[in-house]
Design a protein around this ligand. Structure first.
Ligand code: SAM
Length: 309
């Protein structure tokens, strides 16, 4: 009798342990780089370096927090990649192949319900479509071939109205159009994770960008008045401030104007090259404190030595 009781309790203990491990496995994300493979298709290689793995890690950790934390709280979750690329990036120096943002988003433990990928380079978009079809044949994906800033596309219409959307905005340079962000932010719940090419683009052109004829920053900020504020920001300082950092702050101020919570420069995640120089900042814009908490968690754990749980 005693033996029977102990073997039954042993059985239940084992079952509980298996279930617990399963739950833990589902809740955890390995803080690891996701590698792709050579498949003969087009790769992203422009602007790719060892630091790209850090960008992807930060993106993956945040997206993981987002889907884990929000699944079931909204009718559906959507992921929009405005600058989707081909789905794989090759680091020229090492030939390492990394999964790009669309495939990372599709690889999460807890999936989004809808995916929208926009890309203006036809070869890259075709490569992305093939990779997705091979790896994720059942995913609900819409592809938009063209310029994400072309208003005639109405990209927002590709996302269900009642979905909570995470939009990744990842251009090569400070090429974001504020008008695109503005129109996407209207009439839907959407958070933006933006790559602000602060130091690699704006920071390296402190004398060209403020010129009247150069409109790049005007388009990014959706305003022409920033030049006066830039001049004012230099007053009383011995050393000229960094234009890239100024632009990050201004962009954040513009997002506040759309109702997004303030995001200070120190809350943005700097991505550095091998020499420790900041190249760009990743910045999250959300109207929810919860999302900001997820972002803090992701930044904390994006250190390669640490797992998320
Ligand atoms: C830095 S890559 C981003 C790749 C992708 N987010 C990733 O991390 O794997 C930028 C991509 O955006 C595309 N692109 C540039 N400007 C664009 C635009 N206005 N609309 C859509 N795609 C654009 C480029 O062709 C390139 O593939």
């Amino acid at each position: 009798m005693h033996d029977r009781v102990s073997s039954i309790s042993l059985f239940f203990c084992r079952m509980a342990s298996v279930c617990f491990k399963r739950v833990r496995r589902r809740k955890s994300v390995k803080n690891e780089t996701l590698f792709g493979e050579q498949d003969g298709l087009e790769m992203n290689d422009e602007g790719v370096g060892s630091w790209t793995a850090e960008k992807y890690r930060q993106f993956q950790l945040y997206a993981h927090q987002f889907t884990q934390g929000m699944k079931g709280k909204w009718k559906s979750l959507a992921y929009l990649d405005l600058y989707a690329g081909s789905g794989q990036s090759r680091i020229p120096d090492t030939n390492e192949i990394l999964l790009g943002s669309p495939l990372i988003a599709l690889s999460l433990d807890v999936q989004f319900d809808h995916y929208v990928f926009c890309e203006k380079n036809q070869k890259r978009l075709e490569a992305l479509q093939k990779r997705v079809a091979k790896r994720f044949p059942r995913a609900k994906v819409k592809y938009i071939y063209g310029d994400c800033d072309d208003p005639s596309f109405q990209i927002g219409d590709a996302i269900p109205k009642n979905a909570l959307t995470l939009c990744f905005v990842d251009p090569y340079s400070i090429g974001i159009h504020f008008s695109t962000i503005f129109s996407l932010s209207q009439c839907r719940k959407i958070d933006f994770l933006c790559l602000l090419a602060s130091r690699m683009d704006a920071g390296r052109n402190p004398h060209n960008y403020p010129k009247e004829e150069c409109k790049k920053v005007d388009i990014l900020l959706g305003s022409e008045t920033w030049r006066e504020d830039w001049e004012k920001s230099k007053e009383g300082l011995v050393r000229e401030p960094n234009l890239g950092d100024f632009i990050c702050r201004e962009f954040s101020r513009k997002m506040e104007g759309l109702g997004y919570l303030p995001t200070e420069l120190h809350e943005m995640r700097p991505i550095k090259d091998d020499g420790g120089r900041v190249l760009y900042h990743l910045a999250l814009f959300s109207k929810s404190e919860k999302a900001k908490h997820f972002w803090e968690q992701a930044s904390k754990y994006s250190n390669p030595q640490r797992d998320l749980f």
